[in-house]
Ligand binder design. Sequence first.
Ligand SMILES: C[S@@+](CC[C@H](N)C(=O)[O-])C[C@H]1O[C@@H](n2cnc3c(N)ncnc32)[C@H](O)[C@@H]1O
Length: 401
Amino acid sequence: MAADDDVEGAAALRAAMVCELRDQGVIRSEAVVAAFTAVPRHLFTPGESLEVAYGVDNVPVVKRGDNGLALSSVSAPHLQALMLEAAEITAGMRVCEIGSGGYNAALVAELVGDGGHVTTVDIDPDIVGRARAFLDEAGYHRVNVVLADAEGGVPDAAPFDRIIVTAGSWDIPPAWIDQLADDGRIVVPLRLRGTTRWIAFDRDRSGSLTSRDYGLCSFVPFQGIGSHSERNVTVDDGVVLRLDDENLKVDPEALRRALHLPRIERWSGATFDMPDEQMLFLLTNEPDMALLHAEQKIVDRRLLARPVLTGVPALIGGDGFAYRAARTNGATGGYESGVYAHGPSAEDLAARYVELLCQWAANHHRRGAASIRYVPRSVAPPPPASGVIPKRHGTVVVTWP
Ligand SMILES: C[S@@+](CC[C@H](N)C(=O)[O-])C[C@H]1O[C@@H](n2cnc3c(N)ncnc32)[C@H](O)[C@@H]1O
């Protein structure tokens, strides 16, 4: 039987998906339960098995670029649920989804009901065609599907009570803020110093945005006029620094020499968990941080330790660098954070890093500790500081109250 025809099997897996998301505390409201229960996700993932369609963390890729990287995918139910709960969409709202696929727009259509209005916009004609066809097949004829570069928003359908962005964005274009109602909310995956957080922002009358909630996520990149590439600095074969900040000066040759010097290690005595929260703290409290990545062969040669495989915040000095380490803490059964440092200034860099690890553990060791603001160009810019991240159209300000 084709996946599309197994209506009962699909309904059972859909119910199990909703149960799992509820048990995880990801779905919290009855409205979101009802939306996820109503929309047949498998109709938006043709060619995939029902098990793949309804897996809470599954992200079926729809299109890849020439480099093999995903350009479009159907986002994971887990992430869609988190973002929809953060959006708090209610009946009658006007909502714009940026980045289409059809499924998430159908969920939003369930949330806004017959009195509301949903627009979904995508830059890719193939994706727009698929979304329109799938939405029609599933009965969501009223969803407005638009082909455009969403850098300009969708002025014809504005204003919106909610905007949900489903592609990884480096900045927040003025059109999104302009097209948001005065007390509207935008949920956007925003890249901050190389890592992306979905952030639910409330707009105030000046056009500034203030976060209510955020979480780590990963999305296909925003394309078109608003796309933004990171700077990749090769330190050695298989070792790269990813820099999201144009002002950070790096001497790759000096760092390469440091890499081949013996490392020192220093331990903080502080707990290590919630790596995503700790990472945001490190990246936004020290302007000389970048993400250090390396390949397995570098770890196998014991030049660098395992955290570099997925990217780790590294404090960059003129002639050396330091990065976060972790080891088991026999006394607590958990982990302790520490630092590996290389180069002539290793001792200083390690001390600065350990100080940050201790600050985070003592004062900010919890989920959602940061407060994030976006100040558009039209509003007076905040003075430079370590948590102040300049963007093209405004400034992100991350503070740790
Ligand atoms: C993760 S997919 C969207 C998933 C979808 N919301 C769902 O229901 O699962 C991200 C989409 O963003 C689109 N996109 C990227 N840059 C864009 C831009 N500048 N304007 C509009 N869409 C864009 C891509 O073509 C891609 O289809």
